[in-house]
Write a protein that binds this ligand. Structure first.
Ligand code: ATP
Length: 282
């Protein structure tokens, strides 16, 4: 265990007296970027998440898997407080962002600030009806950056990071809608990277794309994971196996099993996990 990981596990014990040393569920040896602790969530009367404990490792991909309706997207949306847009929705428990030790589902924390820290990319590419340049630049202006040279430099930087620069550098003023679906999705990823998020949330980011565009997004995720903590919802077991370091299998709002990619796909402990990954249900 490295020093930072040790410090964090000590922190987890110290800040949660109900968790005895060494008995914390789903403990991992990697440095944590976020820690979901006893998280429950309600859409009005309906409880969609039940007491979830889930560590999110820094600079790794964590995949949320499970049958339709099990709560994957609901959990992902808690990380950027998207549920706050609807009154009646309610969280209980914590998602602690580390190392700042901030519970991002605490009502006292401004959801807009949370969204700058946790950027989300959706199933269908959703660029703004603006130019390619403006799609990325608008994320910087939200952060209060006004200097045109700084904005132009950062736009180029993130378009390069999103592996899109070479394809768009000569047409930055064109509408984002003129791009292919795969390019639009990489533009949405660039837009998410612009304000320098701490966490990247991907909700089935390739489900609307063809195999070639999917491969490009997966290549991109493999590069981004060197720099960011990434949480991805995917229905593709092959995709989860290819790109994730950790997997969380969910069922009916509960986290049934969490482990390294290798454990989940080769020797899951729970029969329900085994049945799902082998295609026996879902
Ligand atoms: N806005 C909402 N209001 C009420 N219930 C909702 C809402 N959104 C989702 N649900 C319910 O919460 C549960 C979890 O849904 P969620 O979309 O998180 O599942 P999922 O695992 O992401 O499914 P899928 O793989 O089909 O996207 C489901 O029972 C769903 O019907």
């Amino acid at each position: 265990m490295n020093q930072e990981t040790y410090r964090q596990s000590e922190f987890a014990r110290a800040s949660d007296p109900s968790v005895a040393a060494g008995s914390r569920p789903n403990a991992i040896s990697d440095t944590l970027k976020a820690d979901v602790r006893g998280l429950s969530f309600w859409y009005d009367q309906f409880q969609a998440l039940k007491n979830i404990d889930l560590p999110i490792a820094e600079k790794k991909v964590t995949a949320l898997i499970g049958a339709s309706g099990c709560g994957k997207s609901t959990l992902l949306r808690c990380f950027n407080r998207m549920h706050d847009l609807y009154p009646g929705n309610r969280y209980d428990g914590e998602i602690v962002l580390l190392p700042e030790n901030q519970n991002i589902v605490d009502k006292g924390i401004d959801p807009i600030r949370v969204r700058l820290k946790a950027g989300m990319v959706f199933q269908k590419p959703n660029p703004f009806p603006k130019s390619i340049f403006e799609n990325v630049a608008s994320g910087l202006r939200v952060r209060g950056i006004r200097d045109r040279a700084v904005i132009a430099g950062r736009v180029e930087e993130v378009l390069r990071e999103a592996a899109l620069w070479d394809e768009v550098k000569d047409r930055l003023d064109q509408s984002a809608y003129a791009l292919s679906g795969g390019q639009q999705q990489r533009l949405c990823i660039a837009r998410t990277l612009a304000p320098e998020p701490e966490l990247i949330l991907l909700d089935e980011p390739t489900s609307a794309l063809d195999p070639i565009a999917t491969a490009k997004i997966e290549e991109l995720i493999e590069k981004l994971r060197d720099h960011y903590a990434i949480v991805i919802v995917t229905h593709s077991m092959q995709q989860a196996a290819r790109i994730s370091a950790y997997c969380a299998f969910m069922h009916l709002g509960q986290l049934v099993e969490f482990g390294t990619n290798e454990t989940i796909f080769t020797s899951p402990k729970e029969k329900r996990t085994q049945d799902y990954i082998t295609g026996r249900f879902g």
